[in-house]
Design a protein around this ligand. Structure first.
Ligand SMILES: *Cc1c(COP(=O)(O)O)cnc(C)c1O
Length: 428
């Protein structure tokens, strides 16, 4: 019998060794966690509250309290209008490049911070569709998953109506997402653009970015990746995939704060040929010449429209610092360990109560959250929130357990899942 203080629980022989309690397993995993020190870097991590919704709104880093306060007094208050020349005008690009380098596999000059995810998706989808329809008038189809996030689906419908394009809906199993087989069957020589979620917001299904990009390209289509549930949790390799375009949230795993603006990636090869529809002065070639007609800037600046939301984009830099320190590979390793632990605990204490896993079982096909399904989950969620255990609810019957690798501990995860079991029992 092993006396190793860090046993491999996967190989424990149940006949020789008494079962290890889940609590002992959680504390061993926490003790061995190379990222455990990062948890203390977040506001509220010292309280007993269990937070399972960092995939919807990440916790604030403690450093952000000071950063925001210093910004108001020193930069906004001290530099006033001079701040624009001194640094703020460049901030969408300097922060964008950092996200690109640390989390997206994107070389510099291809990522910016812009508007909301919805608005950036609109701008890039329209730009891509227009370019494709101009190059080949038969390419009039936009391919999108029927279970994609609502804003993505609504935008596709609106843009199709605006441009006389057609929507090709890909039907998916709601506990998975669009995979290679489904995409291969949907794209043709009429496909203009494919809009794909890298990690499905509902199931957590993790798409194969390289394979799906290749399938779209083989059909002559452009790909726009929605990275909302990937950025800061799952490594992305946009340049290596040969991706065309991408957009993602910064208030989820990047902890930029409520409503912090999104990032957009445009592969360098497309930057001079795509034109986006919201032609504002900040995207013009010479912003302060205030010229008579719009002429888009050559590089990424053409994807900006109006004045950058500086105050809203500064907080995310603190999480970028943490990711830089940890490395996105270690962040993903912790994320996988957290979701695997969640699935094991769910198998042990929730499945006997009729709770079903509505996420992929294989971590290679799973992003940073786990969705658990039971008919009582809507009521269970309300019950849990009252007790300071905070997951979120998504139809049909799905409880999403969001696990932020930098701020979530294994003990916190187990406490929360035991509370889920109690709440399911109470609602039955
Ligand atoms: C969170 C999320 C959005 C949100 O868009 P906003 O414009 O920030 O409201 C869009 N798409 C996906 C896939 C998301 O998960």
């Amino acid at each position: 019998m092993s006396t190793d203080p860090t046993p491999d629980f996967g190989s424990v022989d149940a006949l020789e060794v008494p079962p290890v309690s889940l609590e002992a397993e959680a504390s061993a995993l926490d003790a061995d966690d190379p990222l455990k020190h990062h948890r203390a870097a977040f506001v509220g991590a010292e309280t007993p509250l269990v937070y399972f919704d960092g995939n919807s709104l990440g916790r604030p880093p403690r450093a952000t309290v000071d950063r925001l306060s210093r910004f108001v007094t020193d930069e906004w208050g001290g530099r006033l209008i001079r701040g624009w020349d001194e640094s703020w005008m460049q901030l969408p690009f300097t922060i964008g490049d950092r996200i690109g380098a640390l989390a997206l596999g994107a070389a510099s000059g291809q990522t910016l911070i812009g508007d909301s995810t919805t608005v950036l998706l609109y701008k890039l989808l329209r730009a891509a569709l227009d370019a494709q329809m101009t190059a080949d008038p038969r390419r009039v189809e936009i391919v999108v998953g029927r279970d994609d996030f609502p804003t993505d689906r609504y935008l596709v419908e609106g843009i199709a109506a605006e441009r006389g394009a057609r929507v090709v809906w890909v039907d998916v199993d709601t506990s998975r997402g669009v995979d290679a087989e489904l995409l291969g069957a949907a794209v043709t020589d009429r496909t203009a653009v494919v809009l794909l979620s890298h990690v499905s917001y509902r199931s957590g299904y993790l798409a194969d970015g390289a394979a799906l990009t290749r399938i779209a390209h083989d059909a002559g289509a452009l790909v726009l990746w929605d990275l909302c549930h990937s950025a800061g949790s799952v490594p992305v390799e946009l340049d290596a995939w040969g991706a065309d375009l991408a957009v993602g949230c910064t208030y989820k795993y990047l902890n930029g704060g409520p409503g912090s603006p999104a990032f957009a990636y445009v592969a360098e090869r497309h930057q001079r040929t795509l034109t986006q529809p919201v032609q504002g002065w900040m995207g013009a070639a010479d912003v302060f010449s205030m010229g008579p007609v719009y002429r888009p800037a050559d590089g990424m600046r053409r994807f900006l429209s109006g004045t950058p939301p500086v105050l809203a984009m500064i907080a995310m830099q603190d999480t970028l610092d943490l990711i830089e320190e940890a490395g996105i590979g270690a962040v993903r390793a912790k994320s996988v360990a957290l979701t695997e632990f969640t699935v094991r605990v769910a198998d042990g204490i929730l499945s006997p109560l009729g709770v079903r896993l509505a996420s992929p079982r294989d971590s290679a096909e799973r992003g940073g959250h786990v969705t658990l399904s039971h008919p009582a989950m809507r009521a269970v969620t309300a019950h849990l929130w009252e007790g300071d255990v905070i997951p979120d609810y998504r139809d049909p019957h799905g409880l999403r357990i969001g696990l932020s690798p930098l701020s979530t501990s294994f003990a916190e995860t187990l406490t929360g899942l035991r509370a889920v079991a109690d709440a399911v029992r109470a609602e039955r």
